[in-house]
Write a protein that binds this ligand. Structure first.
Ligand code: ADP
Length: 266
């Protein structure tokens, strides 16, 4: 007693006929569910042993005077377990978003307030980079959406700009009214990305420069998370980039998602 899943296509057939093609994708969608559950379960199970390892690492005395090799090993282990923790957290976020049944019209999100908290985190991350970060925010736009998801999408884009732009760059963050709704964008004046990479960037674990990404501690899942969040909010990620000039990562939330101010009648 399996529920069937179909994909439909309607095509014109001759002058006055339409052809409906129904494809049974039940098996494909079952496999997709299994893959998602598997990733979610494994990530969840890896979290506990990693927390224990981390806890013990923090307890060990780390005195470089006593034994340089031990000291180096402890530092490296701490940094690698942190990387692994970030990866697991991102895998969990991704699987949560992929199976998210939360309806976007149930809650509103105060994006400017959310951007204020991202701004504080960005300033901390920026301490090692020295970028000038400008915010151009229209404060009176509230949207329907899932706050945790939109926060994750926006912060990923801002943190990427900070991490991948060579030090002392300029980064502009926009949240502004747009002809089709409201637009969020992060523009940087970094090295830019070659065209051949652009449409692969949102694939899981796709990185332009593996060594560099490893240094940032990124999991390689950031833009994949952004893509899924935007998909859930009926939007897409637009990436434009010019090598040697910089990149812009942007998305538009359609006017339907903007909460209209309540009209007060006397
Ligand atoms: P990561 O964890 O590696 O940062 P992401 O999915 O967030 O993973 O990004 C994928 C890749 O896209 C990065 O490894 C980097 O090569 C590239 N990238 C993302 N944002 C920028 C940017 N603002 N400028 C240049 N390259 C970027």
């Amino acid at each position: 007693n399996v529920r069937k899943t179909f994909e439909y296509r309607i095509m014109r057939y001759g002058e006055d006929h339409l052809l409906l093609i129904a494809r049974d994708v039940t098996r494909v969608s079952q496999l997709e569910d299994m893959r998602r559950d598997f990733v979610a379960n494994v990530s969840h199970e890896l979290r506990t042993p990693l927390t224990v390892i981390n806890g013990y690492l923090e307890l060990l005395p780390n005195d470089p005077q006593s034994d340089p090799l031990t000291s180096k090993a402890l530092k490296e282990m701490a940094s690698q377990t942190l990387r692994m923790r970030n990866l697991i957290e991102d895998l969990l976020v991704l699987s949560r978003i992929e199976s998210s049944a939360e309806r976007i019209y149930e809650n509103t999100v105060d994006i400017p307030a959310m951007l204020n908290t991202i701004k504080v985190e960005a300033a901390t991350l920026n301490q090692n980079h020295g970028h000038t970060i400008n915010y151009h925010i229209d404060t009176d736009i509230e949207v329907f959406g899932v706050e945790t998801e939109l926060r994750s999408a926006c912060s990923n884009l801002v943190f990427n700009a900070i991490n991948y732009t060579p030090n002392n760059g300029t980064i502009d963050v926009y949240w502004q009214r747009h002809k089709d709704g409201v637009r969020f964008a992060v523009r940087d004046n970094g090295d830019g990305i070659e065209e051949k990479h652009l449409n692969r960037l949102t694939e899981r674990f796709y990185r332009v420069d593996k060594a560099r990404s490893r240094k940032t501690g990124g999991s390689g899942l950031g833009l994949s998370i952004v893509k899924h969040v935007l998909n859930h909010h009926n939007s897409n990620l637009d990436i434009t980039s010019v090598v040697g000039e910089g990149s812009e990562f942007a998305f538009v939330l359609s006017a339907e998602l903007i909460k209209q101010p309540e009209v007060v009648t006397e």
